[in-house]
Design a protein around this ligand. Structure first.
Ligand code: GLU
Length: 633
């Protein structure tokens, strides 16, 4: 991987020019094809033709191989998403005069079909939008059903359930919020008619799409999905074998549901027969039923929040980083890590042989440990857990981070222990017990820039790969449907700490589980000009994948693609993770271990999508670890 990634980075200017010319030409051809097809209502035939020849667009060979994406360049508008068919649908909307929000809706509907393991109608999402003047933060996070309480994930013995036991079935299904959130954003920023945005997904669902290598790989690794009769009949053949890459898969049930949503709006999902089918799937699960009711679905409301924005100085420039506030911990934790690093010598440590050095990684891991300790102590749905000192920004104030950073030994050993701080002089003692570490892992990121210079970053999820392994179908004899999320496993399984204090992120009725999703927009703080849109899937690793990419572009001056290609690294409340095969063989890990870090080398499958301003236009990058591509012009 590093060799390949480095080759990609070291591509000569001439070669980059060729890529740019080829991509611009192909994009122009595609635009004219898609627009004319859209306008002649034959969009479906076009998308289908593309899906019959998926090699026309760069794709990885499997879940853990690294495709060498060239990086993309454009002047006016672009869409970056995790699957070529989804990117094309979004681009078709831009080409037809649509806004960034229009494109994102078309992308999300196609993702629901072609990347069902990651996001869809049955999940939630956060969307950060720039309308040319202001930033808006749309919260479409799932909520806990009204009947759910702090003991949701405790077994009969009063102990927390095993993660897999909690995930599969109805128990962890939260009220899906992505669709109503998209409708809210469309009401404010849509330019194309709502129904128009569904045409690509409806046609692909009805006529079929080609199963991608990544979907095939994840299906082949599944053991739980086939236990759901609807999913078994859709994703597997009559002998129970998963469909291979290249198989043309049709989802007539999803086509029918999308058609109703296109015509009637989001209530077609959240009320009536589709809602009833969701409730049945959840409550009638044979071994692990859940608590979702029709009234939960009908009552769900997306929220428009104040974005969380912080300053990030890379002299002589000052940037403004904007993202979701809680219930996401994403932007807050990224800002905490980057802000803490500023009080260490990190900025004086350049890339070494194209990689972060072990000295830099030591500082990064230490800053992350401090940031994650605060995350575990404080971050939860703000309707249920007050911000420390009344303001989430207290966690990233420079004076506070400077005091925290003083515990880091730049030349020395890793800190023996790390605890949450007292931001804004929070009166002691802390009200909350820290949330124990839990695995968080199916998510997708979308970035869009439209011709008006409006842009968005949206991260969308059903939580685990294939979510709760429950496929919703109305029982009308049509195959397929959509998958439900298991987002409630993002709550703390333990409602309280050893000292009896409640955990801020415990389950409560109507509450939104803490997230790590970090859809991010970056601005020049002086001119207000948009600089970047990006984000990634990856559970709690999202924070690190996104922080790496921001640091790579803003401080190390890399192109978005080069920043994405940098090997991944992370520290989750103690353990330091290095992407397997990504760093100089064993020397980086050995150097960190010698300084007291517990190092684990493993695949770190980010799915970063990034659009960033470059001289004379925009550059796009998509993560070769998954199947993302960028289209624009
Ligand atoms: N459920 C996670 C979150 O909201 C995201 C899961 C993933 O990225 O796979 O933070």
């Amino acid at each position: 991987m590093p060799g390949q990634a480095m080759q990609a980075r070291e591509r000569s200017a001439t070669e980059r020019g060729r890529v740019r010319a080829a991509s611009t030409k192909r994009t122009a051809q595609l635009a004219s094809r898609l627009v004319s097809v859209l306008l002649s209502t034959a969009l479906c035939a076009s998308v289908q033709a593309q899906s019959a020849n998926p090699s026309a667009i760069v794709q990885p060979e499997g879940a853990s191989t690294m495709a060498q994406n060239p990086g993309w360049h454009f002047q006016k508008q672009a869409v970056a998403a995790a699957n070529p068919l989804a990117t094309e649908a979004g681009y078709a909307m831009l080409a037809a005069g649509g806004s960034a929000v229009d494109a994102a809706i078309a992308v999300q509907m196609v993702l629901s079909l072609v990347e069902p393991q990651s996001s869809g109608l049955g999940g939630g999402a956060f969307l950060v939008h720039f309308d040319g003047k202001a930033v808006q933060a749309y919260d479409g996070r799932e909520t806990a059903p009204a009947q759910a309480g702090p003991d949701l994930f405790l077994g009969p013995d009063g102990k927390p359930l095993a993660m897999k036991q909690a995930i599969v079935g109805g128990r962890a299904v939260g009220v899906p919020g992505a669709l109503r959130m998209l409708a809210m954003a469309h009401a404010a920023h849509g330019k194309l008619p709502w129904a128009f945005l569904f045409a690509p997904a409806i046609r692909l669902a009805r006529d079929g799409f080609v199963v991608s290598p990544r979907l095939a790989t994840l299906l082949a690794a599944e053991t739980a999905l086939q236990k759901d009769p609807v999913a078994a009949g859709y994703f597997f053949d009559a002998q129970g074998r998963p469909w291979p890459a290249g198989h043309l898969l049709r989802n007539p049930e999803l086509a029918a549901v999308l058609q109703r949503i296109a015509t009637e709006g989001p209530d077609a999902l959240m009320t009536g027969e589709v809602a009833q089918a969701m409730v049945n799937a959840v409550r009638q699960h044979p071994s692990n039923p859940g608590l979702l009711q029709l009234s939960d679905l009908a009552a769900y409301r997306p929220l428009l929040r104040q974005p969380l924005c912080t300053r990030y100085v890379v002299a002589p420039k000052t940037y403004r980083l904007c993202g979701m506030p809680p219930p996401s911990s994403g932007m807050l934790t990224i800002a905490s890590i980057l802000g803490t690093l500023d009080f260490t010598p990190a900025a004086s440590l350049p890339l070494t042989a194209g990689q972060p050095s072990s000295d830099w990684l030591h500082l990064y891991a230490e800053a992350s440990r401090l940031a994650f300790a605060d995350r575990a102590a404080y971050v939860a749905d703000p309707a249920f857990a007050e911000a420390p000192a009344g303001d989430w920004l207290s966690l990233v104030q420079p004076a506070y981070l400077q005091a925290r950073a003083a515990a880091i030994a730049p030349q020395g050993q890793a800190m023996p222990q790390v605890q949450a701080g007292r931001p804004g002089a929070v009166p002691a003692p802390l009200g909350w017990a820290p949330m124990p570490a839990q695995t968080e892992s199916g998510t997708s990121h979308i970035s869009v820039l439209d011709r008006w210079g409006h842009a968005l970053a949206m991260t969308t999820t059903i939580e685990d790969a294939f979510g709760a392994r429950l496929m919703v179908n109305r029982g009308k004899g049509l195959a397929g449907g959509f998958l439900l999320n298991n987002q409630l496993t993002d709550f703390s399984f333990s409602p309280s700490g050893a000292d009896g204090k409640p955990v801020a992120n415990r389950v409560q009725p109507g509450k939104r589980p803490r997230s790590s999703m970090a859809p991010t927009l970056v601005f020049d703080a002086d001119s207000g000009e948009l600089q970047l849109s990006g984000g990634s899937p990856g559970g709690a690793f999202i924070i690190h994948f996104t922080a790496k990419t921001l640091y790579g572009v803003l401080r190390w001056g890399l192109s978005p693609q080069a920043a994405i290609d940098l090997p991944n690294f992370a520290n989750l409340e103690g353990m330091t993770f290095l992407e397997k095969g990504g760093f100089a063989p064993s020397t980086t890990a050995a150097a960190l271990r010698a300084r007291g870090h517990q190092v684990i080398e493993m695949p770190l499958t980010s799915g970063l999508q990034v659009l960033a301003r470059e001289p004379g236009g925009w550059a796009g990058g998509a993560d070769g670890r998954r199947e993302g591509v960028v289209l624009g012009d």
